[in-house]
Design a protein around this ligand. Structure first.
Ligand SMILES: [Zn+2]
Length: 149
């Protein structure tokens, strides 16, 4: 690796690490806020109707908490991969994934081009599934018709 390349590489590492750590801190803050406000809200419950609304709000917040904890795990994993030098590299073609893309989708494992190809493949797979299903339905229909005779 040339010095210039190494400098660019280091800069990218620093930018990505900062990005992941900001995100982690942000989620930590929100999680802490949720944990602090949740018990207070539950204590404020007065009547049954309010309780069901409260129960719903609590469910939503618990789901949010779970989602955030999961995201935290993904961020930790991303930071580990960044340290190991495997973060931000396309799993398909091995090229670097653009920083802008990683900022929007920190857990992207494919570059935009490969993602598009993968999505197209999935889409055509899906339409194939539909075709198989509809021909299966036709077969079933004719079997059923024969059975009725
Ligand atoms: Zn790629």
């Amino acid at each position: 690796m040339t010095e210039r390349k190494q400098a660019v590489h280091h800069e990218r590492y620093a930018v990505l690490k900062q990005m992941l750590e900001d995100r982690r801190r942000d989620i930590h803050d929100r999680l802490r806020m949720l944990r602090e406000t949740l018990p207070a809200q539950v204590a404020e419950v007065k009547d049954a109707e309010e309780q069901s609304v409260q129960g719903f709000a609590q469910d939503v917040e618990l789901a949010l908490m779970e989602m955030k904890s999961e995201t935290l795990g993904q961020i930790d994993e991303a930071i580990r991969r960044l340290e190991a030098g495997t973060y931000g590299t396309c799993a398909q073609c091995g090229r670097e994934i653009a920083e802008a893309r990683l900022k929007a989708l920190p857990f992207a494992t494919l570059c935009r081009e490969c993602q598009e190809v993968a999505e197209e493949a999935r889409a055509s797979e899906r339409s194939q599934d539909t075709r198989v299903l509809s021909s299966f339905a036709t077969t079933l229909g004719s079997v059923k018709a024969e059975g009725e005779l």
